[in-house]
Design a protein around this ligand. Structure first.
Ligand SMILES: Cc1cc2nc3c(=O)[nH]c(=O)nc-3n(C[C@H](O)[C@H](O)[C@H](O)COP(=O)(O)OP(=O)(O)OC[C@H]3O[C@@H](n4cnc5c(N)ncnc54)[C@H](O)[C@@H]3O)c2cc1C
Ligand code: SF4
Length: 331
């Protein structure tokens, strides 16, 4: 591990002004410190952002909620407001990592966690455009069973590993950030980037910007929801494919639907076409399969992961079916 300095920020202003070239914010450290140990990340300075009083979940006047950037994943999953009004988010969080990791991991850190591509995490492989821009991509010709089937490029086929972000995408969260040039908001759909020619640029967060909060709009999907995570082991494993499903039902008619996929692209994957096809349809296998086909339009397998395309389709149908069956549960 390279030498680095450490500073504990006591206000957002101090954190933002303390951040310099080569510095990084640290939340729970569950991703950043691992990557420092693996020699993938080498910040010259760590700015601890755990003492900025960004650890509350509060109701907003518009009926939504604000989640502070430092709220721990376990606290968020178990928070009364989230369990009652945004149970899809609770379910996604509880599918992530392990209880110990969730006790440390923060909302902002989870949004910013980096890919689990083996070749990115292992510096014994020099070719990785994300770790070392211009060096190539070891995964394209290598073992790519876990890699992307949607939105990949010839520079990078990595996926985003976050479960929380998939639910936040389905719920249309907004991310609040602050930097030297003031505050701004970023829709979750615009936060994570597809790789294109610059896979090392993973989000639209500008260098030195601090995430302060995540807002959720007024709840709409607290009755019929489901988060499905398909993985190699039941615990402690990242998603091969995950599906966040949310339905607003009037009897058997779908008034609106949200569908987001994880494990398939460099960002949570939403398909407006799939969601539109569900709107007004009768909830059931036929509508769900049609949405699944639309959601996977344009999917391109790598040599080892063609199975993910049908797996994703079947996962969508199953998750939507379970979301439909949940009617009558928590309102
Ligand atoms: C064994 C293992 C299994 C896991 N399994 C899963 C899983 O199944 N699903 C899943 O979703 N995740 C999983 N994780 C990942 C875990 O959820 C993330 O490591 C965690 O969410 C990161 O949060 P953190 O607060 O620890 O971030 P940190 O490690 O502190 O930081 C991560 C990144 O966020 C940046 N950052 C932190 N705070 C801010 C801020 N306020 N503003 C701007 N940037 C900031 C840091 O600079 C860094 O780049 C697993 C991790 C491990 C080690
Ligand atoms: S898929 Fe992306 S992260 Fe993985 S080796 Fe290729 S460039 Fe690196």
């Amino acid at each position: 591990m390279n030498p680095f300095s450490y500073e504990r920020a006591t206000s957002s202003d101090a954190a933002i002004h303390g951040v310099s070239l080569g510095a990084k914010f640290i939340g729970g450290g569950t991703n950043l410190v691992d990557l420092m140990r693996y020699d993938v990340e080498h910040p010259s300075k760590l700015i601890d952002v755990n003492h900025l009083h960004l650890d509350q979940v509060t109701r907003l006047p518009n009926g939504g909620v604000r989640i502070g950037a430092s709220v721990r994943n376990s606290d968020l999953a178990n928070h009364e407001l989230i369990r009652t009004h945004y149970p899809l988010l609770s379910e996604a969080l509880l599918n992530g990592a392990s209880p110990q990791l969730r006790n440390m991991a923060t909302t902002a850190g989870n949004l910013m966690q980096r890919t689990r591509c083996y070749y990115f995490m292992d510096t014994a492989f020099p070719a990785c455009n994300k770790r070392n821009p211009g060096s190539g991509c070891a995964a394209i010709e290598g073992m790519n069973r876990i890699h992307a089937i949607l939105g990949a490029s010839s520079s990078c086929i990595a996926t985003n590993p976050s479960d929380m972000s998939v639910a936040l995408a389905a719920l249309e969260a907004t991310i609040h950030v602050e930097g030297e040039n003031g505050k701004r908001e970023i829709a979750i759909a615009d936060f994570h980037l597809l790789p294109g020619d610059t896979p090392q640029i993973e989000t639209t967060l500008k260098p030195g910007e601090l995430i302060t909060a995540v807002d959720l709009p007024a709840p709409r999907y607290s009755r019929n929801y489901h988060y499905l995570k398909v993985r190699d082991r039941q615990s402690y494993a990242f998603a091969l494919v995950s599906v966040a499903s949310a339905l607003e039902l009037d009897g058997n008619t779908i008034k609106s639907a949200r569908l987001a996929l994880g494990g398939v692209a460099a960002k949570p994957w939403r398909s407006p076409e799939a969601e539109d096809s569900l709107k007004g349809a009768t909830a059931g296998r036929e509508a769900f399969r049609k949405a699944a086909e639309l959601a996977l339009t344009g999917a391109k397998p790598q040599k080892d992961n063609a199975f993910k395309i049908e797996l994703a389709k079947q996962s969508i149908v199953y998750s939507l079916t379970l979301a439909q069956q949940r009617q009558g549960a928590q309102a």
